[in-house]
Design a protein around this ligand. Structure first.
Ligand SMILES: Cc1ncc(COP(=O)(O)O)c(C=O)c1O
Length: 395
């Protein structure tokens, strides 16, 4: 038999290109700043997750440089063997205190947190309940479990409770309920207060992925638990340093039991090298900045309110957002793609979100607000939205 195990590489890629589903990388020529240089053009950045512009904070850059000098470029090992430095310990204490929790674990990335921790929390005698719009890293974590899966309609508490009743009847040993905190495509927020209340009635464990809420929602950006005042009711508060905190790395905050369990069971933690000193030191500094400089979070929300209100008054549909993720709903994917291309020509970098990331008729430009954008930047951006919106008959 003549076996061809390689031609799919080219064919599948060409198929993506033919359908315009391939990712076209645009290169950032310098730091991710509110005004930056992308693919040879000066643009206003409207699609970065660097919500607070902390990736450029002088204290964080200085902390990274100092740590590289004092501790080296890399950690030398996985944490469980010889790669656990004093910096990792310090960061975890700081996360726990920032999150007002007993303990925390720092992982290499948010993806590694979800993919590593979720499969350890439930087994084949258990049930896992997950929101239909949860992030891909949760989906992958769930796929790695042997637990029975139940997917409830997005934020639909009635559906969630119906599934819980069924799970109860089926006699699951443990139940894990997982939801994004802030949903990355629409900017809406999970009703974590209701989820926790219902979870208590069924003795379920709760897990929130607060990647887009950490540093953004709640007092001083302490996340969705603090936003609802229910930190202690959420068993696992997962988050990432790659977005508002401006660095990289995942976190899971909760009880000491959770930390001890995660240290010993999570394979992405046990079997993958630990984050380098510069990264860890920058993460520590990001928490210091959030605790001592409240204006970053305040500016983010000031910009969010202004930008959304102006888009709405121009006649754009911004969907259900309640956060700095502001989608501009455009329907057809060809319109969203054209809109994004025209924005780039006008000096605004904002990507289209199209099928298969969202339903075919729900294409949009997803804008992400940034604390470092000035009123002048926002007005220039809004002028571009207005003229392109009229040109493409969207408003
Ligand atoms: C909701 C959500 N969870 C998890 C992640 C993964 O986080 P990280 O970038 O730290 O791997 C992301 C990032 O895209 C995300 O949006």
């Amino acid at each position: 038999m003549v076996r061809d195990s390689k031609s799919f590489l080219k064919e599948e890629y060409q198929d993506l290109v033919k359908n315009d589903f391939d990712w076209k990388l645009r290169t950032l020529e310098g730091p991710s700043t509110p005004r930056c240089r992308v693919a040879g053009k000066d643009v206003i950045m409207l699609c970065s997750n660097n919500y607070l512009n902390l990736s450029n904070h002088p204290k964080m850059i200085a902390a990274a440089v100092d740590a590289a000098k004092s501790h080296g470029a890399g950690s030398g090992s996985v944490r469980a063997i010889a790669g656990n430095m004093d910096l990792h310990d310090e960061l975890e204490k700081k996360i726990a205190s920032f999150k007002n929790r007993e303990a925390a674990v720092y992982f290499q990335t948010g993806f590694a947190t979800n993919a590593g921790l979720i499969p350890q929390l439930v087994g084949k005698e258990d049930a896992i309940l997950t929101d239909s719009l949860n992030h891909g890293s949760i989906i992958d974590g769930v796929r790695l479990t042997k637990a029975k899966r139940y997917i409830y309609d997005h934020c639909d508490m009635g559906e969630m409770e119906k599934a819980l009743k069924q799970i109860d009847k089926d006699g699951a040993r443990r139940i894990l309920i997982i939801s994004d905190g802030v949903f990355s495509m629409d900017g809406d927020m999970a009703p974590m207060d209701q989820i926790c209340k219902i979870a208590q009635e069924y003795g379920a464990m709760t897990y929130v992925d607060d990647a887009h809420g950490e540093g953004v929602v709640g007092p001083d950006g302490r996340g969705i638990g603090a936003h609802f005042g229910i930190e202690k009711q959420i068993d696992v508060e997962m988050g990432t340093f790659s977005k508002a905190f401006g660095v990289v790395g995942g976190l899971a905050a909760g009880s000491e039991d959770l930390r001890n369990f995660a240290y010993n069971k999570t394979r992405t933690y046990l079997l993958s090298g630990s984050a380098p000193p510069a990264t860890v030191a920058a993460c520590i500094a990001s928490l210091d900045v959030l605790e001592t400089e409240p204006h970053h979070v305040e500016n983010l929300w000031k910009n969010t309110k202004y930008f959304k209100a102006e888009l709405d008054s121009l006649g754009f549909d911004t969907g259900f957002t309640v956060t700095p993720i502001i989608p501009v709903m455009l329907g057809e994917s060809s319109v969203a793609k054209k809109f994004s291309d025209r924005l780039f020509e006008e000096g605004v970098f904002a990507l289209p979100i199209v099928f298969p990331m969202v339903a075919k008729d729900k294409s949009r430009i997803r804008t992400m607000m940034n604390a470092g954008l000035t009123r002048e930047d926002l007005d220039e951006t809004l002028a571009a939205f207005e003229s392109i919106g009229k040109e493409l008959n969207v408003i």
